[in-house]
Structures are given as structure tokens and as C-alpha cells.
Design a protein around this ligand. Structure first.
Ligand code: GLU
Length: 303
């Protein structure tokens, strides 16, 4: 059975971009007769707030995007992440990193094609004696192989990445002791039996490293569909700056089926902007109709 998921971070009120991703995740699962799991991604203790969790669940329900079960919040899953780290460690794939932020962002640091700073491997081959002399561990990193990972995204098509050259050794446990996103998302999606991950295109480049984690941990990987981002007319990702596109604001102006109809129209699922609830969109849902390119939204349309 198809099992999709919503994986929102409760770090702010939901905005139209989050609603769009959730709608496509729901439509994909429901149109296949499947289920959706809700998982709150509250790994970051400084940014997550329970009132945002409440608000986003209320917004999802208001939109008609219901879930069939709720997995444990990520903040409760430390033991599962620690077990996964132990397994990686037993394979010799983890090492402590002592680099400071300034060292990581030094002028000589290598960059990926998208501008991300790659880890230079400074702490990769320290001897036990050298480690003792380094002092406090900042984070734990996974040693990635010099290997190409290829997969076919359900919307964006064939993808390929060399882990060492284009991603680098990545953090699995942050300096505050909390599991890092890449590890947590794999452990949790696998534990929940998620069979398809529908999420924003900004996470497309994370997928090869997550696939490597699935394989390394002996877990079955889901299928992936990376959906377009909603952008402001200036080309930025929608954020809290577009206040009018926050669900709290949107809900004051539009009924839910107008929002879902608008989003369905903008991504190509329907030909005209009509009020359509998700349950009706699910009857005709087809990934082949969904556009791949990012979508520019002018918040003035909503005012
Ligand atoms: N929690 C992430 C977000 O809200 C999504 C992560 C994922 O879908 O893998 O952007």
C-alpha cells in the first residue's frame, strides 16, 4: 500500500508553499488508495514551538488534508537515532569533527556547484592520539564513499550525484547533541513504512545522501517526488516576509477549496482556477500533469 507523509517543521506558521507540498503529498497517496502519516519535525529545540504544531495541524485539517496516523515527533526519537548512529559507527563510518564554524567557512573551503560549502575532510583521518589533543567534539560526521548515487525522481526525472565530490562527509549528530536532519528523516521514514516522499525541490540534492544512508543501514528506500518551490516575484522562496501568504492570513480571505483550487491550477492539475477541494482533485490526480518548474506567486493576488 502507498504510504505518504507530511513532515512539517513547527518553526513558524504554515505558508502557501508548505500547503502546496502537503497537498501534492496527500493527492499522490490518496489517489493511489494509500495513507498519509504525519510526523512533526521538531528536532531543533530553539526553533520548534508546540503552538506551531497545533496551528499547522489545524491548517492541514482546514485545507482538507487529513492524515491517517501520526508518528512520534522527532524530539521523542533520540533512542532510534542513537541506534542508527551506533550501527554506522560499528561500520567505521562515523568520526568526531572538531572544526569551528569559522574553520568550516574559511575562504579555502571547497564548494558544491550550488554554492554549499563542502566539508574539507579536516578531521577525517585523525589518529586517536590527535583526537585526544583536539578537545571537545563538535559534531559527528559520516564518511561518504567516492561513489555515484543515481535515482529517478518521480517528477524531476533522472538524477545523479557523486557523494564525495558533490556532498562531502556530512553531520549526523550536531554539536548540541541532537541528531541531524539527514539521519533522522531516513530513520523515521523507514520506521513509519513510508513508501513515497513528496517534498520541495530544495531537498532534491539531499536525496542521494539519504539513499546512501538507506542502503548503508539496510533499510528499504521510498520513491521520491520533488515538487516545485513557490517563489516571490523577485525569485526568492516564499517566507514569512510574504505575510499575506501565511495560512492565518489566507484563511481570513479565502475558503479552503479556493486555496486548493488555486494551487492545483498553478501547478497544472486543472486548466482553470475553480474552487476544488482535495478529495475531488484526488479523483483526477496525475503526476504527469504537474509542472516541474518553480511557481512565482504574487502575494497581491491574495490581498
Ligand atoms: N521538515 C522539512 C520541512 O519542513 C521537510 C523534510 C522532508 O520532507 O524530508 O521543510
Amino acid at each position: 500500500m502507498t504510504r505518504g507523509r507530511f513532515a512539517p517543521s513547527p518553526s513558524g506558521r504554515m505558508h502557501l508553499g508548505n500547503a502546496f507540498t502537503a497537498m501534492l503529498a496527500w493527492l499522490s497517496a490518496k489517489s493511489a488508495g494509500g495513507e498519509v502519516v504525519l510526523r512533526i519535525e521538531d528536532l531543533d529545540p530553539n526553533r520548534s514551538r508546540p503552538e506551531y504544531t497545533e496551528a499547522l495541524m489545524d491548517d492541514l485539517r482546514w485545507l482538507g488534508l487529513t492524515w491517517d496516523s501520526r508518528a512520534e515527533d522527532q524530539s521523542q526519537r533520540g533512542a532510534a537515532y542513537a541506534r542508527a548512529m551506533d550501527r554506522l559507527d560499528a561500520m567505521g563510518l562515523l568520526y568526531p569533527c572538531y572544526c569551528t564554524r569559522d574553520q568550516l567557512h574559511a575562504a579555502s573551503a571547497p564548494h558544491a556547484s550550488d554554492g554549499r560549502v563542502l566539508y574539507a575532510g579536516t578531521c577525517r583521518s585523525l589518529t586517536p592520539g590527535q583526537r585526544l589533543a583536539m578537545g571537545t567534539t563538535r559534531c559527528l560526521r559520516a564518511r561518504v564513499p567516492d561513489a555515484d548515487v543515481a535515482f529517478t525522481d518521480g517528477l524531476q526525472g533522472p538524477q545523479e550525484m557523486n557523494l564525495a565530490r558533490e556532498w562531502g562527509d556530512f553531520i549526523v549528530r550536531r554539536s548540541d547533541g541532537v541528531a541531524a536532519y539527514q539521519l533522522a528523516v531516513v530513520v523515521d521514514d523507514a520506521a513509519a513504512g513510508v513508501s513515497e516522499v513528496v517534498r520541495g525541490r530544495d531537498l532534491l540534492t539531499s536525496t542521494p545522501v539519504q539513499l546512501w544512508l538507506y542502503r548503508t543501514l539496510g533499510l528499504e528506500a521510498p520513491a521520491f517526488c520533488h515538487v516545485p518551490m513557490l517563489l516571490s516575484p523577485g525569485g526568492r522562496r516564499l517566507s514569512k516576509r510574504e505575510h499575506a501568504l501565511e495560512l492565518g492570513e489566507v484563511r481570513r480571505r479565502w475558503p479552503p477549496e479556493k486555496v486548493t483550487g488555486y494551487l492545483a491550477w498553478r501547478c497544472g492539475l486543472i486548466d482553470r482556477w475553480e474552487d476544488v477541494p482535495p478529495a475531488e482533485l484526488a479523483r483526477h490526480f496525475d503526476w504527469r500533469r504537474v509542472r516541474r518548474e518553480d511557481i512565482v506567486i504574487d502575494e497581491r493576488e491574495f490581498m
